[in-house]
Write a protein that binds this ligand. Structure first.
Ligand SMILES: *Cc1c(COP(=O)(O)O)cnc(C)c1O
Length: 217
């Protein structure tokens, strides 16, 4: 599907929800995609991308940033504390802050370097044991902790369980954000971004709908 098609669908979803399309940032998830597909999207003028692995982002984006100005990179995959420094140097936003140790590490490095990417807290709305994210019951306290560390907290992020109705998870994330006065909501992927927009998504993470199926390996 072309980028223009995706923007048209975002436009319709916003109109149905009575929202301004300018409030919804499209993050093109470029993980595992061959470089020529990513370059094609850059050549169309798109600048906001998502990667889920620090190492993959490090191998790809410094060179692309030299060729294309104003690229914004969101890290959307789990982050180990020992990769925090590298992630902070690479990314404009880290969407997967989900535990105190990681938050404290980011804060310490931010103090030292004087710079910090935007931060989103990942919430494990489905309470799935294998999935990253702070549990919903612990979210309010963790949000307060991240704020106390002076990190530039912009919002919340979730990845709903594959086998459940995503709406319930989008609604839960929106509720936690609202009661904590957070504006940013990163939710919605290729299969459900219109639904996410109807629940207030400000950042949608769309991979395969833009780039085609991910080529493994
Ligand atoms: C891969 C990925 C996406 C994009 O998934 P698609 O279904 O291809 O749109 C979105 N969010 C996260 C966290 C991802 O890892």
């Amino acid at each position: 599907m072309s980028l223009a098609d995706i923007h048209a669908r975002i436009g319709v979803a916003c109109e149905n929800a009575g929202r301004d399309p300018g409030e919804v940032e499209l993050i093109a998830v470029s993980k595992v995609q061959p470089e020529e597909r990513v370059v094609a999207i850059l050549d169309e003028g798109h600048r906001v991308f998502g990667e889920n692995k620090v190492q993959e982002a490090a191998g790809k984006w410094p060179a692309l940033r030299e060729r294309y100005a104003n690229v914004k990179l969101h890290l959307i995959g789990p982050l180990q504390t020992n990769k925090a420094r590298q992630a902070m140097a690479l990314a404009d936003a880290i969407q997967t802050v989900d535990r105190p140790k990681l938050a404290r590490t980011l804060a310490r490095i931010a103090q030292e370097t004087g710079a910090c990417p935007d931060v989103f807290i990942q919430v494990n709305t489905g309470e799935e044991p294998q999935k990253a994210g702070i549990l919903p019951a612990e979210a309010d306290a963790f949000i307060a902790e991240v704020r106390a560390l002076d990190l530039p907290l912009k919002g919340l992020m979730c990845i709903p369980p594959v086998d459940e109705e995503a709406s319930l998870h989008f609604a839960l994330l929106a509720k936690i954000a609202a009661r904590n006065g957070l504006a940013g909501l990163s939710m919605g992927m290729s299969s459900d971004f219109e639904k996410a927009i109807s629940f207030g998504a400000t950042h949608i993470r769309v991979g395969s709908a833009i780039f085609g199926a991910r080529v493994p390996g």
